[in-house]
Design a protein around this ligand. Structure first.
Ligand SMILES: [Zn+2]
Length: 350
């Protein structure tokens, strides 16, 4: 270890659980963060500061104005930039010795194992339930500790899913119906709650790298409004479809992905498309700056015949929630080029 490193990391190396050997383990550590948002940003910052050797960043999205309230690696100058590239730039300033691999792509059933296989720990920074089930399955299959975190309004949850302990699906056996779980756009969240959960995920990752006891087998419940923390013991479900005797194959998670269009790039993107169908899925009587066709979500399934299946479709609504449901409906109906205006028209007005 260089004299400079010994000095930089001296405060944590003083801990009996770390020492020089532990710091070497941290510096040899490779952590993949899937989703560089409200949880992934603070997690990445603390891991970079602790001297983790290699970070992988996975995120297909670009920085939007409404992200800045909680996604603390981004500034107004980053709007419209790929999150992974913008995050990597900041983290490298923070720690120039850090190796970073950027994946500006969505996690899918096809690429999940390829993306996770070379990492020691995987952090769940995604707010999409489908991604979480897929990551849990891929990590379980490849025996990689999976640091789960989620937030909702003032509350949060964290756990470490690691063999031979329970997995995420032991805890939540059935994926909820699409659209039934509100995300940050819909439910709202305070940035500090995201920071708290992301920081705990970073801490748990470091404990896993150090070989210390982690939250494996336990679920931490955080109530930020009453300021109460509670831990409950988890146990394995014998018939779990992920870690039980008959696991569901990863391709069961295959779902055609909705392609997200960043509001910042919307106008240039529209200009680059030919035969684009613009679909406003809000209830009628809302003013539409994009002047698309109004087809409310509730009526969409009866009017699919009137849409061109082979041509791109951009769906949008006020906040990106109904349009996500509409996009899923279109994908299920066999449409292949389905685009969603990320965050809806509200983000466009930012
Ligand atoms: Zn399980």
């Amino acid at each position: 270890m260089s004299i400079q490193d010994a000095s930089r990391f001296s405060r944590q190396m003083t801990l009996p659980q770390v020492g020089e050997a532990g710091q070497t383990r941290i510096q040899n550590g490779r952590v993949l963060i899937v989703g560089i948002g409200g949880l992934g940003c603070p997690a990445a910052l603390y891991l970079a500061a602790a001297g983790v050797g290699k970070l992988g960043l996975v995120d297909p999205d670009q920085v939007a104005l409404s992200n800045l309230q909680r996604q603390i690696l981004y500034t107004p100058a980053d709007l419209g930039q790929n999150k992974v590239l913008s995050a990597a730039e900041k983290l490298l300033v923070f720690n120039p010795n850090l190796q970073i691999k950027c994946f500006a792509q969505a996690l899918t059933a096809e690429n999940a194992e390829m993306l996770i296989k070379d990492w020691d720990v995987v952090i769940d920074g995604s707010d999409q339930i489908a991604v979480r089930y897929l990551l849990n399955a891929a990590c379980n299959k490849n025996n990689i500790p999976f640091i789960y975190g989620s937030i909702y309004r003032f509350s949060g949850q964290v756990s470490v899913f690691q063999k031979p302990g329970p997995c995420y699906r032991c805890l939540f056996p059935d994926p909820p119906a699409k659209g039934s779980i509100p995300d940050c756009n819909q439910g709202g969240v305070l940035g500090a709650i995201a920071g708290l959960v992301g920081t705990i995920q970073a801490l748990e990752s470091l404990k896993v790298l150090l070989g210390l006891d982690s939250l494996a087998g336990q679920l931490l419940l955080i109530d930020g409004l009453e300021m109460q923390f509670e831990k409950i013991a988890l146990s394995r479900a014998p018939d779990c479809l992920c870690c039980g005797k008959a696991p569901q194959p990863l391709h069961e998670f295959a779902n055609q992905r909705i392609m997200q269009i960043s509001p910042v790039k919307l106008h240039a993107w529209i200009a680059s498309q030919s035969q684009l169908q613009l679909l406003d899925v809000r209830t009628p009587n809302s003013s539409d700056p994009l002047k698309g066709r109004n087809l409310p979500l509730e009526e969409l399934s009866q009017h699919l015949y009137s849409l061109e299946q082979g041509a791109p479709i951009l769906v949008y609504c006020q906040r990106g929630i109904r349009s996500t449901a509409a996009a899923e409906l279109l994908l299920e109906a066999g449409f292949t080029q389905v685009y969603n205006l990320q965050g809806g028209l509200d983000n466009l007005n930012d």
